[in-house]
Design a protein. Structure first.
Length: 140
């Protein structure tokens, strides 16, 4: 079964709740448990916060696209923006208990999902977050 949900929001923090609701709804529809759903929503929330804070440097008028896809037993959330290029996958992970500012968001994203990759596609940054479905849900 292949399914896709595509949402576009402005880079205003007030729209983060809508993005979380969409991803949480997809997780529920695709039969994720509470733990997996929370992990995926946390990764999304951190990715969107990084886009707003760093890629768009606080500009609340810029576009963000969130695409949720189910392909076989893999659920993917792709976050796309037209901000400054930054590859969170290429950065070394900082230990979460290390006393320094910054870097913990990347740790949270990468530890919450099974796979994470980044690509620059023309003017767009594309961050893909993937999580495998529980075995019983993949047979739907």
């Amino acid at each position: 079964m292949a399914a896709e949900v595509d949402v576009r929001i402005a880079s205003d923090p007030r729209w983060l709740r809508l993005a979380r609701i969409v991803v949480e709804g997809c997780c529920r529809e695709f039969e994720f448990g509470d733990t997996e759903s929370r992990a995926m929503v946390s990764a999304l929330d951190e990715a969107l916060s990084n886009v707003i804070r760093h890629a768009y440097r606080g500009d609340t008028t810029r576009p963000i696209r969130i695409a949720c896809r189910l392909d076989g037993d893999v659920f993917e959330v792709e976050v796309s923006d037209q901000g400054h290029e930054f590859d969170p996958v290429a950065h070394p992970l900082q230990p979460p208990d290390e006393l320094r500012s910054g870097g913990r968001g990347i740790f949270l994203i990468r530890s919450s999902v099974d796979e994470c990759d980044y690509a620059r596609d023309g003017e767009w940054n594309r961050l893909r977050l993937r999580k495998r479905l529980p075995r019983h849900a993949a047979k739907r």
